[in-house]
Design a protein around this ligand. Structure first.
Ligand code: NAP
Length: 312
């Protein structure tokens, strides 16, 4: 597993980050399950772990935090996020200093950690002035409980403003933008975010690199038993098949092209983001899936095949 430097910062992450939305703390609330998943990721060489305060409404932070306590914190990177609504009032959402300082304290309490390596402004909040956001995340860094801050799914205009404010105030800039990115969903290449990150030294992580499982090819003959789409009621999440409907042509052509070149779709999907410099934040509902997906890191894909994928 390679370590990749995140933009202009000094932080290096393993080329794959393991994330726990909809799995640890949502699909399964057992500590034993969380321990197994984290141990599998660790044994495969992953040293970057991603949660958020809204995954299982705190359960993912509790379970992943506990599982990670078996490992020395100086040997891995863990991130969590704030701003997603976690309650009914304006104090339970957004990027105000009032909410973020409360949400952060809740997060590290649940995780049982002294500090997190990366704290994300999970979504942009147009109702909080950028200077307040920058000062709040910088305060967390200077308090010693956050090493770096980052953004997720921010529009390019907000990233631009944020960088300008940081420059003006001489403050730490966010080092990573984490956005949705896979072969199927590539808006970061079109909405200016990738260009901005590349030209401003911001590292990029792409979540849902398998497009929630659709790019493994397992939905070719309908919804398979035990898959995320089949579990939509249990997970209270029903968007997987919408992703298929919205990107049907590209996904079908991707799978056909894999067949033509004799490639496993999962292997190509995991390599796609790495090739583009938008490093995967990968999910898995079982330990074997992690092993299966990471096999892709070793797979050779010819330049001819990449050209065909680029043409889709
Ligand atoms: N920043 C954000 O706003 C944001 C938003 C979403 C996610 N994320 C992060 O990104 C992480 C990954 O998201 P994701 O779970 O949507 O990503 P994904 O990697 O595209 O999908 C993971 C799902 O695909 C299926 N799968 C995985 N490996 C497989 C394999 N080898 N063969 C067959 N099926 C396989 C599993 O679902 P089933 O077994 O259930 O079918 C698994 O849970 C999250 O955990 C979270 O940390 C961040």
């Amino acid at each position: 597993m390679r370590y990749i430097r995140m933009g202009n910062s000094g932080l290096k992450l393993t080329e794959v980050t393991f994330g726990s939305a909809l799995t640890i703390g949502t699909e399964n609330l057992n500590q034993e399950y969380a321990d197994k998943m984290i141990a599998q990721a660790w044994d495969l060489g992953i040293r970057s772990f991603d949660v958020s305060n809204n995954y299982g409404m705190g359960a993912a932070e509790r379970l992943v935090g506990k599982a990670l306590q078996r490992y020395p914190h100086e040997e891995y990177v863990v991130s969590t996020k704030g701003s997603w609504p976690v309650g009914e009032t304006p104090y339970h959402r957004g990027l105000s200093r009032k909410h973020i300082l409360w949400a952060f304290e809740e997060s590290i309490k649940k995780m049982g950690l002294d500090y997190v390596d990366i704290y994300y402004a999970h979504r942009y909040d147009p109702e909080t002035p950028m200077e307040e956001v920058v000062r709040t995340f910088n305060y967390l860094i200077s308090s010693g409980r956050v090493r770096y801050w980052a953004t997720s799914e921010w529009p390019v205009e907000a990233l631009q403003e944020c960088h300008e404010v940081c420059e003006k105030l001489g403050m730490e800039k966010p080092i990573i933008e984490q956005c949705i990115y896979s072969f199927a969903v590539r808006k970061a290449e079109k909405n200016g975010v990738k260009d901005f990150c590349d030209s401003h030294g911001v590292g990029m992580l792409g979540f849902s690199p398998l497009c929630q499982g659709l790019l493994t090819g397992k939905y070719r003959n309908g919804i398979p038993e035990g898959s995320r789409a089949a579990k939509s009621k249990q997970l209270q999440y029903d968007k997987t098949m919408n992703f298929y409907e919205q990107n049907k042509e590209r996904i079908d052509k991707f799978l056909e092209t894999c067949d033509i070149y004799g490639l496993r779709p999962t292997d190509v999907a995991i390599k796609w983001g790495i090739r583009k410099g938008i490093y995967p934040v990968l999910g898995a509902s079982r330990p074997e899936q992690l092993t299966d997906t990471l096999k892709g890191l070793e797979t050779e894909v010819s330049e001819d095949a990449w050209i065909s994928f680029e043409e889709i």
